[in-house]
Design a protein around this ligand. Structure first.
Ligand SMILES: Cc1ncc(COP(=O)(O)O)c(C=O)c1O
Length: 378
């Protein structure tokens, strides 16, 4: 129950023991088509350009930024969490100029600040993090942000690593031009093949670049040969990871994307109610609460690292501490995909409650269980 990877669904693990076929085998091409179709369903998009990038979420992120940002372009990135910083590094390596829209860690971007940054810098590309894993903040009001960008003729890149398949996300309706994600969070699939989707406007920019992107491996104009109509060799796809993501996406479709969002809200809502009734606070305000990643405030006098070690040693349960500006101040408790089940919430409350009591913190685990049960209607 850390910030990812989440527990992998047993069906996904079984799919990973399927014997390999070649990456151009007709049966594998059928699987590629199915993965692309299921990924469109999960992203809520009709984008033709929807593929799993070979590599982790950062590969998909770099494919997005490294192809969209050309030398001399300006990219606007957020400062309100760890992953905005990674966007910045990638945009700089692509030869871009980086400008910032500021917000404190633990808060979302304010549309007025985004508007000001656009008026001042006229960026070509705007990146934001929909679900910031470092702070547990969900960016609200995405359509407002994308319309500011489009009014300035810029393209929007959304980091949906911790939201895809767990938190409401509407790529087409919200006007997101490019979204990238990872499989190891709300899709409960091992890392290795990472979702990416681009609309025609974004692909037009990619295909009309004056010079090729700096990465050969992630050059989308070359990857088009493999994932587009030709199905010709580009690199040997990670076959097993593609089997895995197909099974993970089939599970999303069987559950139904909206029902899956509702399950995350319901189970993580019980987690939130439980920790709050126990006497702990959550860092982000309720309006920005991210069900898939709960940033629980560390009570005064508690050593966060020792509590994290306690739950791992005594319960074999993984949670994480804060990063950057929130190091030592929060526990990061994931509630993602197959891990988002009521029995895990009760396990977490038991383990965390005991770990905090062991350090003399004033917490009330019984009140936590009662609030959890009430939320779950038990
Ligand atoms: C919001 C966000 N973006 C990007 C990444 C990078 O993904 P990966 O670690 O799979 O390369 C992560 C990983 O946790 C993330 O949480």
């Amino acid at each position: 129950m850390g910030p990812g990877p989440s527990d992998v669904h047993p069906r996904v693990l079984r799919a990973m023991s399927t014997p390999l076929v070649g990456h151009l085998d007709p049966s594998f091409i059928d699987i590629m088509n199915e993965v692309q179709e299921l990924m469109r369903y999960t992203f809520r998009t009709d984008n033709k350009w929807t593929i799993p990038v070979s590599g982790t979420g950062s590969a998909s992120m770099e494919a997005a930024i490294g192809n969209l940002v050309e030398p001399g372009d300006t990219m606007l990135v957020p400062t309100n969490g760890y992953f905005g910083g990674r966007m910045e590094s990638m945009a700089e390596r692509a030869g871009g100029e980086v400008v910032h829209v500021d917000a404190p860690w633990g808060e979302p971007l304010d549309p007025a600040d985004v508007q000001d940054a656009f008026d001042e810098h006229q960026p070509d590309v705007f990146g934001f993090v929909h679900a910031e894993t470092s702070t547990g903040v969900k960016q609200p009001g995405v359509p407002e942000l994308t319309s500011i960008a489009h009014d300035h003729d810029a393209l929007v890149v959304a980091d949906t690593v911790t939201s895809l398949g767990g938190v409401e996300l509407e790529v087409d309706d919200w006007g997101i031009d490019v979204a990238y994600s990872g499989p190891q969070k709300c899709l409960s699939c091992p890392p290795g093949a990472s979702p990416l989707t681009l609309n025609d406007r974004a692909m037009d920019k990619v295909l009309s670049r004056e010079e090729p992107p700096r990465s050969w491996y992630l050059d989308l104009s070359l990857l088009e040969g493999y994932w587009g109509d030709d199905r010709s060799y580009h690199h040997t796809a990670p076959i097993t990871n593609v089997y895995a993501i197909r099974e993970a996406l089939r599970l999303v479709a069987e559950e139904g994307i909206e029902e899956r969002w509702a399950r995350h809200r319901r189970v993580a809502g019980a987690l939130k109610a439980g920790v709050e009734a126990m006497g702990l606070g959550l860092n982000p305000e309720d309006e920005y609460w991210l069900p898939s990643l709960n940033a629980v405030l560390v009570p005064d006098g508690v050593d966060a690292g020792a509590a994290i070690d306690y739950v791992l040693d005594h319960y074999d349960l993984e949670i994480a501490g804060g990063l950057g500006a929130l190091a030592g101040d929060i526990f990061r408790v994931g509630c993602m995909g197959h891990s988002a089940r009521p029995e895990n919430v009760s396990f977490l409350l038991t383990a965390l409650g005991e770990a905090l009591e062991a350090q003399g913190a004033d917490v009330d685990p019984e009140a936590g269980f009662a609030a959890m049960r009430e939320q779950l209607g038990q």
